[in-house]
Design a binder for this molecule. Structure first.
Ligand code: DGL
Length: 267
């Protein structure tokens, strides 16, 4: 059986998951679909995002994907149940790493940064209720932050100001774990680490999700083929040139990205 992981997000954010998956299984064929024509998801209704998620997953399956990875917290929150009900292949989603953040916190105070869509969704509320225990979980919506990353801005003055404004009070309240609830924010790790006090940890779910993808594939008998490292084949629903330019800006800014090729176009 020819296996292929199909990963999608609203833009470049899910490349953090593609990078982790490629690093763990370099010979696994991966297709990556960025729904840039509909970016950002964070400001859209759950119905809109769920409709897009289904179209994207079906496009990836038509292109040979044997497992779907929803590398977007907003889309996972809005569409995971629907995708699992309607698709014939395994679907792996993401959620903000609230559980590990709470487990690791010594101060019993953690912050979660996410899009407005994720912060207002039932999934994050449920997750927080399930895992917060005796800890205080401060959820912070960051409207506009993914947009800056999507433009390739990860260390600009604007990014710095937005993050330090949002985190000033949580840090004053003793937060020692910051959970990233949007895949775009994975690219902000160096900026976050620089502005947070020493000892505050930044957690993101990219690598745990990549491990989960490999575990799920193994469970259903999808063996990663041996062979040379593969390039991640990337498609964007919007302008492919703009998408490529963003990737170049991220690379220039030192972001960890897998070897990839941007192909064009998809409907
Ligand atoms: N990368 C997406 C997430 O993980 C959202 C970015 C957007 O607002 O489109 O939530």
């Amino acid at each position: 059986m020819q296996v292929r992981a199909g990963i999608f997000d609203s833009g470049v954010g899910g490349l953090t998951v593609a990078e982790a998956l490629h690093r763990l299984a370099p010979s696994l064929p991966i297709s990556y679909l960025a729904d840039t024509a509909f970016f950002p998801y964070g400001n859209r209704t759950a119905e809109e995002v769920s409709g897009r998620a289904l179209v994207l997953a079906q496009t990836l399956i038509a292109g040979g994907a044997t497992v779907i990875v929803v590398a977007c917290n907003t889309a996972s929150s809005a569409a995971l149940d629907r995708l699992r009900a309607e698709l014939a292949v395994p679907v792996v989603g993401m959620e903000p790493p609230v559980k590990p953040a709470v487990e690791r916190s010594r101060s019993r105070t953690v912050a979660v940064l996410a899009t407005t869509g994720t912060v207002s969704g039932a999934r994050l509320a449920r997750l927080t209720e399930q895992h917060s225990g005796d800890a205080t979980v401060i959820t912070i919506a960051m409207p506009g932050l993914a947009d800056l990353v999507e433009a390739g801005e990860t260390a600009s003055e604007r990014v710095h100001t937005m993050l330090s404004d949002a985190l000033r009070e949580p840090v004053a309240r003793g937060v020692d774990e910051v959970a990233l609830g949007c895949t775009h924010y994975g690219f902000l790790r160096p900026t976050l680490t620089a502005l947070l006090p020493a000892g505050v940890e930044v957690l993101d779910a990219a690598e745990p999700v990549a491990r989960r993808v490999l575990a799920v594939m193994a469970e259903v008998g999808q063996d990663v083929p041996p062979g040379p490292p593969q390039e991640v084949l990337c498609y964007a629903t919007g302008d492919a040139g703009l998408f490529e330019a963003t990737i170049q800006r991220l690379r220039d800014g030192g972001a960890a990205l897998p070897p990839l090729r941007v192909l064009r176009p998809v409907a």
